[in-house]
Write a new protein. Structure first.
Length: 154
């Protein structure tokens, strides 16, 4: 199996890019909504990511060829848990990094149904560590101009 992580700030176009590629991903937002009814509820993140990792294990056991994860994954530490899981499952792991300027992410964020607070965007931007092959990823694809249209919230 191949595991692919989307990496980028809120509003960078991760979900839009996946949709335009016709890729169905496991989404942390979707999992939060499933558990609590509110995709913005950050209080259940530990449970959300534990469940996502378990689903990845199940997909690997079922012989699914490829699994995509739609989450911010902005720090090495966040990605390390996925890299370790890929090692345990003996599968390849890649990242797609949405390299979009913070101001563009802010603009798109304001157009979204679920707006991430400005302070949270600032904190995330300060913590952002672009993914690198040296972390244990087999490949990093950098998307500098997401395939989202200018009015797309991303």
């Amino acid at each position: 199996m191949k595991l692919v992580l989307m990496v980028g700030l809120p509003g960078s176009g991760k979900t839009t890019w996946l949709e335009k590629q016709g890729i169905q991903a496991l989404s942390s937002d979707w999992m939060r909504a499933l558990i609590t009814g509110d995709e913005s509820n950050q209080n259940v993140n530990r449970l959300v990511f534990r469940l996502l990792r378990e689903i990845v294990r199940m997909r690997a056991a079922a012989g699914v060829a490829e699994t995509w994860i739609d989450a911010t994954s902005i720090t090495r530490r966040e990605r390390r848990a996925w890299i370790r899981l890929a090692e345990l499952l003996d599968c390849e792991i890649e990242a797609v990094y949405m390299d979009v300027p913070l101001e563009e992410c802010r603009r798109r964020n304001r157009l979204r149904k679920r707006v991430v607070p400005e302070e949270a965007m600032d904190r995330m931007a300060a913590r952002l560590e672009p993914p690198r092959v040296e972390e244990g990823l087999s490949r990093v694809l950098v998307i500098r101009e997401p395939q989202a249209s200018p009015g797309d919230p991303g």
